[in-house]
Design a protein around this ligand. Sequence first.
Ligand code: PMP
Length: 389
Amino acid sequence: MFDKLKEQPADSLLALINTFHADPREYKVDLGVGVYRDEHGRTPVMRAVKLAEAYLLETQDSKRYLGPQGDLSFVSLLKPIIFGAGPNLGDRIVGIQTPGGSGALRIGAELVAAANPNAQVWLGTPSWPNHAPIFRSARLAVKDYSFVDLATQKIDFARVVEALSSATAGDVVLIHGCCHNPTGIDFTAEQWKQVAALLVEQKLVPFIDLAYQGLGDGLEQDAEPARFILDSVDEAMVAYSCDKNFGLYRERVGALYLASRNSMDLYIADTNMASLARVNWSMPPDHGAAIVRAILESKELTGIWKTELQEMCARVNGNRAELAAAHPDLAFIATQRGLFSNLAMSKETAAALRLKHGIYLADSGRMNLAGMQPADADAIVKALHAEGA
Ligand code: PMP
């Protein structure tokens, strides 16, 4: 049987991590990986997480099953953080816990396929490389359109309008809620308004991917566009990840939320989410969600977490400012948000930066701003200049 399979390419970003570690040079900068790094180059366990784990170790008295929806206290404690304290949002939103944002996207994709197998999923490119495969693996057609022009570092908004205008009622539009991966370029307030109007006019369903809340401008600011879209439309889906903003990556913590103005539809969709979870992983892993619950249940831990997250956010934006100040051609980096910016460059240039200068970034030109120290800015600019990037 196995001889019928085709070899699949290894994840090139994961391979890059190994190449970086094997590089014996003293001076090297890892802008490749997709995780937060502190000023020592580490991806630490957050203090609030450590305290929550200590609390869980002491108080958790059972590991019995929780069910396919996971920890529903976790799901509801996150709600005000994502959706705000508004009175109407609470009742029109249901959710389940998922293994990471990836699990939420997967269940969301299957839910779309179950409700409307002919739905097309509109995906602006470039995007997180796993988006299209996840939707395709749920047998949905993915329609991609150029979202950002890397040469100008601007959203090709005319193309966005054109794409959404040509979509069919019932189609799904994948939207990065904040901190666009890989470009760091989000819609302006005016563009969000136009996008919301188009979604309503064309009867499209937004599927908002919110994987970096708090790492752009702050928890509240980063959630505003998603809240605005939810206020505007009748139905929406939100794939949420706690893996970056709680630093819980390998614990796989996320949630899928559905919003509808029709409570019966919402109830039925909720039962569908649970049954899809059941056939995928039966029940999500608990530990990471239990940590988030313990943090959000405690005023003190929530305060510690928010302070740490603000520090992380400030560090990333500080690096952005440093790099932008190091060369006028990189000024756009200061206006972008989240962990990533995506320089326009060929694979060959990315390889030259790696081999000749020890500057590691993805072959696509994506760079993780948390991977550098402010003092690296000049070396990065010099290397980019030497390679004509
Ligand atoms: N969406 C985007 C845009 C991401 O960048 C990522 C992670 N890199 C995810 C979803 C998935 O997050 P998780 O690790 O929680 O599955």
